[in-house]
Structure formats: C-alpha cells, structure tokens
Design a protein around this ligand. Structure first.
Ligand code: NAP
Length: 535
C-alpha cells in the first residue's frame, strides 16, 4: 500500500463538484489531491455514456459561471448538449485550469476514516492507495451507485447485460439485436428513444409510467452564441435568484386567479418551450395543491395520448398513480412514437411481474422473452449511495452507513454531518442540488460555502469544524417541514428514498428552493459559522 500524508484537502470525484472544489481550494493555498474512480474527468458525464444521454438543462445555464474566460471560450453546439459534449466541456475546463495534474484517477475510495488525535482524514482505495489530509470533500455525486433490479438469476444471463451508468467506453452493439430495457425513468426514456429505431426488437419492462415534456433542441450557430453571451450576466444573476437555479422561475399569477382557458393558454405556451420550465417554471401550485396538479396532469396526459396509436398502449404509458411533477419529469424526443413501431413491446410488470432472468432472456408470470442484450435503466441508490457504500468513519468510530440506517438520514444543509469533523459533501441529501437545482448553479454555491468555511477555520488558527448537533437537528426539522407540505413527499420515487428496498423513507432534496437555501447558507457564513463547533 502506498502512503501519502501531506495534503491539506482530499477531494473525491472529478465531476462538476470535484473539479470546482480542487480549483477553489488550490486558490485558497491548500495542497489538494483529487481522487476519482474513473480514468478521466466528467463524473456523471464520464460514467453515463449510454445511447441518447444528454442534459435536460439548457447548455447556457448548465455550465460554470465562475470564470469569464471559460464562458467566453467554450462554444455550445446545441440547446441541450449530449453526454459527449458535456464530457468534452469538463475536460476543457480541467485542462484550462490545470486540474488534472492534481488528480489520482482510477482510484475507487472504499474507506474514509477520521483520526481524532491527528484531526486528519485517511482514505483507502480499492487499488491500494492510502491518502491523508485535514479536510475531506465528498464530491462523489448524488446518482453514483447503480441499483440493479431485484430479480433472481441476473448472473445466469449469457447475452450482453449492462447498467446504463456502466456503459462501456467502446460502446455496446444493440443494432439488429433483441434488446430488453428495464426502467422508464429519465435514463430509460433516453435509451429507448435512441436505440428503438435500429434494434431487431425492443421489449420495455415498465413498472411506473412517467410524465414527460417534449424537448426542443435547436442547434446553435455563432450568431446565437453571441446573443446568449450577451445575456450571461443576467443569466448568472437569475441562476442565483430562482427556485431551481435556472434562468427562469415560477410565473407569478396564482393558478386560481386564471380562468381555465387562460390556464390552458399558459400551459400551451410553456409546453412549446420544450424545456423543464413547464415543470419548475410554471405553476408552483402543482407541488402543493391537488386540484392544480390534476389539471396540469390532465393536460400532459392528453398530449401523450395524442401520440400513441393504440389506446390500450396509451393507457399503459400514461401515468395513473401520481401527479405531474411529483417525480422527476424527463424531457423526451420521439419517445412515444417508438412504441408505435411493430418491433417494440411494452410489458407492464405490475400486470406481468418479472420472475427470473435466465440465460436467454426474461421470464415473467405470463411468458418468456428471448433477448440478446439486457439493459438496466433502473436508477441509483440516490443521495446517500456514494456516502454509504464506502466505510465512512467519523468520531468514536461512528459509521455513517449505520447511523443513517438506524436513525435516518441527517445532515446540516446537505453540506456536513455532526460527528464527522472536516468532512464536507455536495449533492448530498437535504440540499436542493440533490434534485431540485440546476447542478452547476448549486455546485458553485455549495463549493463556495465550503471554501469559505475552510478559510474561516484556518484564519482562526483552528483545525476542526463540524456542525453542532442542535444546528443539524434544526435543519433536518426545517427540511422535513418544507418537504411534508409538498405532494412530492407522498409519492414513491428516488426523491423519497422509495426506490431502494429497505431504505428508510425520507425526502432526499431540499424542497424550499435553491434561492431560499442560498439565503440559509449565506446567513451561516455571515454569522461566522456560529452553527458550527470550531476548535
Ligand atoms: P430512476 O428515475 O430511478 O428510474 C429507474 C427506473 O427503473 C424506474 O422506471 C423504475 O421503476 C425502474 N425499476 C427499478 N427497479 C425495477 C425493477 N426491479 N423492476 C422494474 N422496474 C424497475 O433512474 P434514472 O432513470 O437513471 O434517473 C435517475 C435520475 O438521474 C433522474 O431522475 C435525473 O435526475 C437523472 N438523470 C438526468 C438525465 C438528464 O438530465 N437528461 C438523464 C438521466 C438521468 P419505478 O419508477 O416503479 O421505481
């Protein structure tokens, strides 16, 4: 085992969070080491290279805003960029800022342990590396640890079988094959609409139908890019002031103050925009009021129905067990038209439960589906997975996994945990970036906070910082109160931890808005981190 003990900070992950953290902490004068399981930068955009992977945030907002130079030099080619383009962007940033030289790639962290005597974190990787530092920043993402379906016989399958987030660099041939896809979340939808035209047959195993919004994705030319660049100062401001960190916010006229025809007109307008603004930029009431939610849900249901030839099939593809926007709403592109094809079959696993995976396919309660390839678009152990899949020990040998299993998830603003001094997290539970924030917006905000906190501790000549138990409990209480008011909390999804059997139910993202969250964080910062124990 190789030992390196002289870092000030260790940063786990080389995605949007990790890269910016390395940059910020280096700027603070710290000796920083990044550790990344992949062999390159990108995080989510390194791992999720399945066909059709692209952002659901507009490129002009889904980027860093801290560097004018980067904003001026990088040219987006379309409104919603692909995985490849986003990965190229993050490589561009990493090269431009010379961040890669700070990283150890191909190192999967398996253990992180706080040494109370030395006030240092020691991490160990599966590849045998051991590293130490005063501060540890977990930038390991909220959707990192894949979750396979709970079906017997997975190991028996002899064709190609893959979870979407482990798609091979060299690709996976699906053309002219009999392909099965389990899962119809944001990932499944992108895969299905992308491979559906070229496979011999496609069998989609669906448990829950989702609402979607059709993506409008024009290409950008120089004229458009110049036009957008002029707006960057405004966009930067809007990102910081809006509910979800985008350049749009909820419209302000109350739902009830509009007559039904005016509401319909409004919905058509937002629908035509072809972006998430229909969800997190239109009527905020859809998150709180059943009636408003029902009307918007019905509008979307009609839109979906109009695109599906067979009414029975439409019934299956239209959600019936939850309201619009209470789960993540994916953008789609010709998704429903794929199901109109002869070679595509939708299997509702509620009517026809999955029984086993066998060497040549999947057996359900009704029949056997022969498959050459099987794709799991079955999601992640969201929010907690990256933190609880490693042995993360705080003070008194407290293991985070056990604590969260026993008492439920608990964090201070999704940034720290009491009993785990000098450890910071981004995209962790109870912050908006876990789900209700345009990722780069909230990543920049969280990392800036972390960097200010570390600076504050060092300027005081102190060595250790953690939130007080009281501050953490107050945040959890506030988080839960805000979440409980929403319809989101009443629906099963990864937002409510319901997608992992046995996981204690708790709403993962902070639902009070990225703008409100920012105010909370700023208050703590301006108050000299009084909610924290600093020694
Ligand atoms: P997900 O939303 O959790 O969806 C997983 C799918 O697999 C669901 O349809 C789920 O059904 C199904 N499933 C899981 N276990 C199953 C089983 N045993 N049998 C049958 N079906 C099963 O995961 P995801 O699609 O990977 O998306 C996760 C998140 O990643 C998204 O919500 C989004 O935040 C992010 N994402 C973003 C983009 C983008 O920006 N464009 C793209 C992809 C992903 P149930 O719904 O019934 O549980």
């Amino acid at each position: 085992m190789s030992h390196t003990n002289n870092y000030d900070a260790l940063v786990v992950g080389a995605g949007f969070t990790g890269l910016y953290t390395v940059f910020k902490l280096r700027d603070l004068g710290l000796k920083v080491c990044g550790v990344e399981a992949g062999n390159g930068v990108g995080g989510t955009w390194y791992w999720n290279r399945y066909p059709g992977a692209r952002t659901d945030s507009q490129s002009y907002v889904y980027q860093y805003f801290f560097s004018k130079e980067i904003l001026n030099e990088w040219n987006w080619s379309e409104r919603f960029p692909s995985q490849q383009e986003t990965e190229r962007y993050l490589n561009f940033v990493a090269d431009k800022l010379d961040l890669k030289s700070h990283y150890k790639f191909g190192q999967q962290v398996t253990e992180a342990r706080y040494d109370e005597e030395d006030q240092t974190w020691n991490i160990i990787t599966a590849e045998g590396m051991s590293l130490s530092a005063s501060f540890l920043v977990m930038g390991s993402g909220g959707l990192t640890v894949p979750k396979n379906p709970e079906v017997d016989g997975i190991k028996d399958f002899q064709g190609k079988m893959i979870h979407t987030s482990r798609w091979p660099q060299e690709g996976l041939m699906t053309e002219d094959k009999r392909v099965g896809v389990i899962g119809t979340g944001a990932t499944g939808i992108q895969v299905i609409q992308s491979i559906g035209k070229n496979v011999e047959s496609l069998t989609v195993f669906q448990r829950t139908a989702n609402y979607t919004i059709p993506m409008r994705n024009p290409k950008y030319d120089d004229k458009k890019r110049t036009e957008l660049r002029k707006k960057y100062p405004d966009i930067k401001k809007q990102r910081n002031e809006t509910f979800a960190g985008f350049s749009f916010d909820f419209q302000e006229v109350p739902f009830k103050d509009l007559e039904p025809p005016a509401r319909k007109k409004m919905m058509e307008k937002y629908w035509a925009d072809g972006s998430l603004s229909f969800w997190i930029g239109q009527f905020p009431e859809i998150f709180f009021e059943e009636e408003a939610n029902r009307e918007v849900s019905n509008f979307v249901k009609q839109k979906i129905r109009a695109r599906i030839n067979d009414p029975e099939l439409a019934n299956k593809l239209i959600p019936s067990d939850h309201g619009f926007g209470t789960r993540r709403v994916p953008l789609e592109n010709q998704y429903y038209e794929i199901f109109n094809q002869e070679n595509v079959n939708l299997v509702d696993v509620n009517e026809e439960p999955l029984q086993s995976i066998e060497k040549n396919g999947i057996r359900t309660s009704k029949t056997f589906y022969e498959l050459d390839s099987l794709i799991f678009a079955t999601g992640f152990d969201a929010g907690t997975g990256a933190l609880t899949s490693i042995d993360l020990y705080g003070k008194d040998r407290r293991l985070l996994r056990d604590e969260w299993n026993d008492k439920g998830i608990s964090t201070f603003m999704g940034l720290q945990v009491h009993g785990y001094p000098n450890m910071f997290m981004v995209m962790a539970p109870m912050s908006p970036v876990a789900a209700f924030c345009n990722v780069p917006t909230c990543v920049e905000q969280s990392v800036d906070w972390i960097s200010d906190c570390i600076r504050h501790v060092r300027e005081r000549g102190a060595k250790s910082v953690e939130p007080s138990l009281q501050a953490e409990q107050e945040w959890v209480k506030h988080h839960d109160e805000v979440a409980d008011e929403t319809l989101v909390s009443k629906v099963d999804s990864w937002y409510t931890s319901a997608n992992v059997p046995g996981k204690m139910r708790r709403v993962i993202p902070y639902c009070g808005g990225a703008n409100v969250y920012r105010e909370h964080c700023d208050k703590v910062r301006k108050g000299g981190f009084a909610e924290c124990l600093i020694s």
